[in-house]
Design a protein around this ligand. Structure first.
Ligand code: ADP
Ligand code: NI
Length: 224
């Protein structure tokens, strides 16, 4: 590890904590903190530059397009400005900003952009936080904040073939499970993340099963 790395990471964590703060759609500092922790855990089991992984994890949602009018370049730009100030050097800056620009989900049928080994670790950690109990909570919080319906049987899920269509969708929140969340398990890059994803995926399937059971009758099995 580079001698300056602990200082860079500590300062970047403070920057991200202040920038992301407290908010209600699941894109708060605590999301980034979880992604940071899980990314570090995965990175320790892979052949990657852990400094790049940690800095990219901390910066991955700075300037998220979902909160900047769909501007996909904002994250890369803000991360670049911060890293320049931190004086990490051109090479690290290029590696990290490339990850920040590529990490986000773009639609089920949209070809994934090239991403480095370090980027794969960050993307896996970010996607793990979209799954399981935390993933379910974040998804409904996001949908609610956008004024979306929870469920509407008249609007079926769509596998989006463009980022435009994906980001402009205002479909019910339950559709997001089929449009993204249930697809993530097969798209994990690292074996470590795959194992974690299996369990969280199983939990979401159970949740959906019960959700539909309650919608159908509203009554316990024994009463039918
Ligand atoms: P990404 O950059 O891959 O979208 P984020 O860390 O920004 O990942 O968080 C994405 C999370 O935001 C999703 O997993 C989900 O919980 C929530 N989210 C994003 N789009 C939607 C949507 N259309 N409906 C419900 N939740 C959404
Ligand atoms: Ni994220």
């Amino acid at each position: 590890m580079r001698p300056e790395a602990p200082e860079w990471i500590a300062r970047t964590a403070e920057y991200a904590r202040a920038a992301l703060g407290v908010e209600g759609t699941g894109h708060d500092w605590l999301h980034t903190e979880r992604v940071w922790r899980v990314a570090r855990w995965i990175a320790e089991r892979e052949k990657v530059d852990i400094t790049v992984v940690e800095l990219a994890a901390l910066l991955h949602d700075i300037g998220d397009h979902k909160f900047h009018g769909g501007d996909e370049t904002m994250g890369r730009r803000l991360a670049g400005e911060w890293l320049r100030q931190l004086e990490v050097g051109e090479d690290l800056m290029a590696q990290i900003t490339a990850i920040v620009g590529a990490v986000s989900f773009k639609g089920a049928l949209v070809a994934a952009p090239e991403i480095s080994a370090e980027g794969k670790v960050v993307q896996d950690a970010d996607r793990l936080d979209a799954l399981g109990a935390v993933g379910i909570a974040r998804t409904f919080a996001y949908g609610g904040a956008r004024g979306r319906e929870i469920y509407n049987p008249a609007i079926p899920p769509v596998l989006h073939d463009s980022f435009e269509a994906y980001k402009n969708s205002s479909a019910p929140t339950i559709n997001h499970f089929y449009e993204k969340l249930l697809l993530l398990k097969e798209r994990m890059w690292t074996p470590t993340a795959r194992v974690l994803a299996e369990e969280r995926h199983g939990f979401m399937e159970k949740f959906l099963e019960q959700f539909y059971r309650e919608l159908k009758t509203g009554l316990p099995e024994a009463a039918l």
